[in-house]
Design a binder for this molecule. Sequence first.
Ligand SMILES: [Fe+2]
Ligand SMILES: [Fe+2]
Length: 284
Amino acid sequence: MIKSIEKFIDKMPSLPATVSRVMEICDDPATSPADLNRVVGLDPVLMGKVMQLINSAYYGRPNKITSLVRAIILLGLNTVKNLALSTAVLGNLSSGHANDILNMDGFWEHSLCTGVIAKKIAAASKIDPKRHEEFFIAGLLHDIGKIPFTNCFPQEYLAAISSSDMNRKPLHQVESELFTFDHQIVGALVADHWKIEGAIKDAIEYHHRPEEYEGENRQLVYAVAIADYLSLYLERGFAGNRYPVEPSASIYDSLGVSFDQLESMSNEIKNEIEKARVFLKISQ
Ligand SMILES: [Fe+2]
Ligand SMILES: [Fe+2]
């Protein structure tokens, strides 16, 4: 069965060359806004999105910014990198891969909410603000492995969702029983296809089993695991799973956050979701 999934992923378009280049140079600590300006300037679509983002309600700046390099300085290299990535990924997925098995509006609402909460957790655990956007993107993409499932095995996946519902079992466990692999594994294959490495791939691969994760991106993996649970708890959107497993206390402790503290931020989270919708819209 994994063969059909691999075939499907192989056929997914790869990331545009500029996007790969942006990701590559942003990972180099010596990169300056001027370097990034040269690369983004080659791609009119991406350039348009950078300008649209800095002048959007998401940033709420009083004056219109018209220079690309200025926009890059204000947004920061990481945000531009993440915008490039989410533009490529969402551009890819919104064309032709939608289906009735998972309601795509519900799916993206769940993804968006998980991204917003992951970013809130990053702020609450005093993680370098330069990295906050990465938490958002990791949350946004964490369930990406469900897309090949619904396309390759629509009937079987629908049965997995109902079985999860009827037996009150987490969806990823039912997937493992029915297919021998789950959407974390499939998500990691999608990440490989798009050359998404490091923390974001780790979060995709370990968000339902943070306790097993032993790599160096623990904070991000843990934050996404908590955010996923919380967005189901807050009932924002729906991605097929009604029975999430709550991450253990040690996962909260190592980030220095508590469930109650995050729950008390639910109004703030709702406001942030509205703002983040702008980011998602620009990306599509
Ligand atoms: Fe998941
Ligand atoms: Fe999820």
